[in-house]
Design a protein around this ligand. Sequence first.
Ligand code: HEC
Length: 198
Amino acid sequence: MRSRGLIESLLVAGLALGASSVFSQDDLAAREQAAKQTVLSFAKELSGALKVALKKGGPSSAIGVCRDIAPAIANRISLEKGWKVTRVGTRVRNAMIGTPDAWEQQVLADFQARAAQGESYKQMSRSEVVEEPGGRYFRFMKPIPVQEVCVGCHGRAADLGEPVRAALTERYPHDKAVNYRVGDLRGAFSIKQPLNGN
Ligand code: HEC
């Protein structure tokens, strides 16, 4: 009797676990899809704004796009969705906004390791349900590789024009987000959704 009770309760526990993991697999896929879409529209809006600004006034005037418009878009989407939507860097210019947390650091390192094995940043992303002291979260990251257009503000000294260098030094005296080359991992889009109560 006793062992049957035990087996029964293990079975019940197993079924409950099975059922919840089937549900959360579907849920995870739906959340991943929504996160990918959100990152795509964020990236599109940002690169559109950057291109317009670069065309109009060159890199030194486009600094304002990265400084003001990128966080504004991120904030607007965060409010719309009820998620935290940000960009984090492998090295940062704005430490307050761009610094990756422990999970994000691990994922960035993993993206770099996968790239070293020949995988393309364009194909990569990472989704995970993470338990944190504050609760459960669905987390998603998508790499941001360095393109030609980025090195005017994130490249080596030779890539930065003098007005850009001066403007960056003035606004970001602790800037670490330079010396990148095309194809490097600049950082990632990162999304964090609370799961508690859902
Ligand atoms: C016109 C100059 C300029 C160009 C071009 C530029 N950036 Fe930036 N970038 C900045 C500035 C300024 C910041 C700091 C924004 C802030 O204060 O939050 C920044 C911040 C970032 C951040 C956030 C992390 C951090 O370091 O603070 C990422 C990620 C980033 N840029 C990626 C890119 C990528 C990718 C490109 C090319 C597609 C690019 N940037 C092109 C000026 C530029």
